[in-house]
Design a protein around this ligand. Structure first.
Ligand SMILES: [Zn+2]
Length: 271
């Protein structure tokens, strides 16, 4: 495989590292302070990630995950210190199980497709869980030396989903909580009720004066701040029963303007 990592410089001490293969696209970010660097997410962690990071900084690197899904934690073990929100410990255990991640990937697909995808993605779904793991609560701040990065809890997609806020650089790293395409709340063993996600969007809306740009975990970047309003409205409509539903990739989803939110069957039935 050719090197799947592509680096974009966002400012003099912040880099976007795009992981791009035939089967996935994900975004990691490297934030350098004076004493430490923070690597937000590690994708599937293909060979080449560590070399890409050490080619950008000689500082010691701390990993912080926006959440514990397999496509965000795969390269954690390459680095010396790893942090995840404590509420995503069970999510991490689920996603370290290749049978579970195959079920997620192939839900609703015919058996033959499942077999082919199993073979094609087996390596990607094997998570090395070794490493120096730490778990943070809702008020963690990473001090990088002249640069502080705050945890903003945004449960919904998973219970331990967070965004990271750099107030000085006015950047918000939004993981899978806000992106241009949609947000997935349908994982039956993991996702929080839509009301919890609505509260997370209210939290981001309340902080909107603290950032100019949003940097997501997938798809296009940066994301306009106006997307928070769309997710806020859409989640509100799910909760109050006025959402318009469609189907995307075989999943029920609520749609509003440019975005969609997938929901578990129970939430749809309630309405
Ligand atoms: Zn995710």
């Amino acid at each position: 495989m050719s090197n799947p990592y592509h680096v974009h410089s966002l400012n003099e001490d912040t880099y976007l590292i795009e992981e791009k293969t035939l089967v996935n696209q994900g975004l990691c970010y490297l934030l350098c302070g004076k004493e430490r660097a923070l690597l937000i997410d590690t994708g599937f962690g293909y060979p080449g990630l560590k070399e890409t990071v050490t080619g950008l900084t000689k500082l010691p690197v701390t990993v912080a995950n926006t959440h514990a899904h397999v496509d965000h934690v795969g390269g954690n073990h390459y680095f010396e210190e790893i942090w995840i929100h404590e509420a995503d410990k069970p999510t991490f255990a689920l996603h370290a199980n290749p049978a579970y991640t195959l079920d997620i990937l192939t839900a609703g697909m015919p058996g033959l497709v499942r077999m082919v995808l199993d073979v094609l993605t087996r390596k990607m779904r094997r998570v090395d869980t070794s490493g120096n793991y730490h778990y943070f609560g809702d008020d963690k701040v990473f001090h990088l030396g002249g640069r502080d990065v705050e945890v903003i809890p945004t449960p919904g997609h998973s219970p331990g989903c967070v965004c990271f806020l750099d107030r000085k650089a006015r950047m918000l790293f939004s993981g899978d909580s806000v992106c241009e395409w949609g947000v997935l709340l349908h994982f039956e063993k993991e996702s929080c009720p839509p009301k919890t996600y609505l509260q997370s969007m209210e939290r981001l809306k309340g902080l909107e004066d603290a950032y100019d740009t949003m940097w997501p975990g997938h798809h296009g970047y940066p994301v306009e701040k106006a997307y928070v309003d769309e997710y806020l409205t859409c989640a509100g409509q799910i909760v109050d029963g006025t959402a318009e539903y469609g189907v995307t990739q075989g999943r029920r989803c609520a749609k509003y303007k440019r975005i969609l939110i997938t929901v578990p069957k129970e939430a749809v039935r309630e309405i």
